[in-house]
Design a protein around this ligand. Structure first.
Ligand SMILES: NC(=O)c1ccc[n+]([C@@H]2O[C@H](COP(=O)([O-])OP(=O)(O)OC[C@H]3O[C@@H](n4cnc5c(N)ncnc54)[C@H](O)[C@@H]3O)[C@@H](O)[C@H]2O)c1
Length: 417
């Protein structure tokens, strides 16, 4: 198949592009390197030494004999680059990872909130609108999040849709199936709930075929393909904004830093290993909805865990100590989470469960690059409520913006305005 991977330089997009290329699909990556620029802004780097995208692509050509094309443009802004790409490449499918994906980053300041909304919602809308303009029947696969459902509620969370009964004026009960009520917990999560409505509309009005994958927190770092050559290594985020909970614990254990549990650690979250992420996307690509089908929504996760239990597990494997810190988020101190996730299993997914060997593998990667870790970047400093915010002074903010600006060759990208 011909596939465009939007956001194909990112943590999930890069291994997905390689996985699909290795299986004979013809891949084009579109990425404006916003994620690399966020590293410059935040003054932090991936724990693993990721190489520039041209080096990555060359390494892939040399190790696999296969080419991946690359375009650097902003999906949220360069609409006509999108339409020309669809006209020239005529993709069978597009995979949309190109969004600002960190909840803490989305809550840092009004600028980060506006950037996240403008970037994510416009990127999704531009892709859908360009597909309609192209007149082609292109399947859209989107990476959504389990966070669109909110956390808890006592009953199992279905895959996207909820059966309800409406009460008619004459007392009849009218059955309906509706999108599960959105309950975002951050500005980032809110953009994903807005994406859902965009998909609903373009599917209903223009019959665009869409698969929305509501993904859990991804852990692990490498896949079969990214391990083939050091230049293909995947990114590993550990900082307080982009690092996700389990990878952070594993990395903290590797460098002898106490595991940072926020509050009592009663938050329950859904998880998936990066190797399963790429398999799920492949399965969804190979099993698209038919024309006229409603948006297919799959819960892309393999297990749920309480944060405190994960910390205890990592501590028991590694001897790391646990540190309880005030929770910067505005969320329930504890929640249950029961999730239905049958669709991808029915399509053939064999779930990778959390087990000591895989956890140890991540600890080893983190140990290997421990000297690249800046410990001052580990604490979560972005807060959900304004009064809690420890804002950088204007001089620090300006220095960060200057750093981004010089990384861009002097021109500050509009998403940082
Ligand atoms: N990582 C996780 O744990 C996780 C969990 C659930 C859902 N997701 C979703 O999966 C997707 C990918 O996540 P990730 O972890 O790979 O994030 P990432 O930040 O590593 O990758 C996103 C990529 O998209 C690019 N990008 C962003 N905006 C763009 C734009 N306007 N134009 C072109 N490129 C743009 C970035 O430069 C980056 O390379 C996101 O949409 C995220 O919400 C991720």
């Amino acid at each position: 198949m011909r596939v465009v991977v939007f956001g194909g330089d990112g943590f999930c997009g890069w291994p997905t592009a390689l996985h699909l290329s290795a299986r004979g699909h013809d891949i084009v990556i579109v990425d404006n390197l916003a994620r690399r620029n966020a590293d410059v802004e935040l003054e932090v780097s991936s724990l693993t030494p990721i190489t520039p995208i041209s080096t990555r692509l060359k390494a892939w050509r040399e190790t696999s004999g296969r080419r991946i094309a690359y375009h650097n443009f902003n999906v949220a802004e360069d609409f006509y680059r999108l339409t020309s790409l669809f006209d020239d490449f005529r993709p069978d499918a597009v995979i949309h990872f190109a969004e600002q994906r960190a909840a803490p980053y989305s809550m840092k300041s009004e600028r980060h909130k506006r950037y996240t909304v403008n970037n994510n919602v416009a990127a999704t809308h531009n892709i859908l609108c360009a597909i309609v303009e192209s007149g082609q029947d292109i399947h859209v696969l989107h990476l959504g999040t389990m966070g669109v459902y909110g956390y808890g509620g006592g009953a199992a969370i279905p895959e996207g849709y909820l059966r309800v009964e409406l009460l008619a004026p004459d007392g009849r009960r009218v059955p309906r199936e509706i999108l599960y009520p959105a309950d975002p917990g951050s500005v980032y999560h809110m953009t994903k709930t807005l994406d859902q409505l965009l998909f609903y509309y373009y599917n209903k009005n223009d019959r665009v075929r869409v698969t929305d994958l509501h993904q859990g927190v991804v852990w692990g770092t490498n896949t079969e393909e990214t391990k083939r050559d050091i230049r293909l290594i995947n990114r590993f985020d550990y900082d307080g904004d982009y690092g996700t909970v389990l990878n952070r614990f594993l990395m903290q254990a590797a460098i002898g830093y106490p595991l940072t549990v926020h509050g009592k650690g009663g938050q329950t979250r859904a998880f998936i290993h990066i190797r399963d992420t790429v398999r799920c996307i492949e399965l969804a690509l190979l099993h698209p909805p038919k024309s006229g089908d409603r948006v297919a929504i799959y819960n892309q996760m393999t297990e749920t865990h309480r944060v405190e239990d994960l910390a205890k597990l990592v501590s028991s494997l590694t001897g790391a100590t646990i540190q309880h810190l005030p929770n910067p988020r505005n969320e329930a101190p504890e929640n249950d989470l029961i999730v239905e996730a049958k669709s991808l299993i029915e399509l053939g997914l064999k779930p990778t469960r959390l087990e000591a060997g895989l956890l140890e593998e991540v600890v080893q990667v983190a140990k290997q690059y421990a000297d690249r870790c800046d410990r001052s970047m580990i604490p979560c400093t972005s807060t959900w409520l304004r009064q809690k915010q420890d804002r950088p002074d204007s001089e620090t903010l300006q220095l960060r913006l200057n750093a981004v600006s010089s990384a861009q060759g002097g021109e500050r990208p509009s998403q940082y305005e």
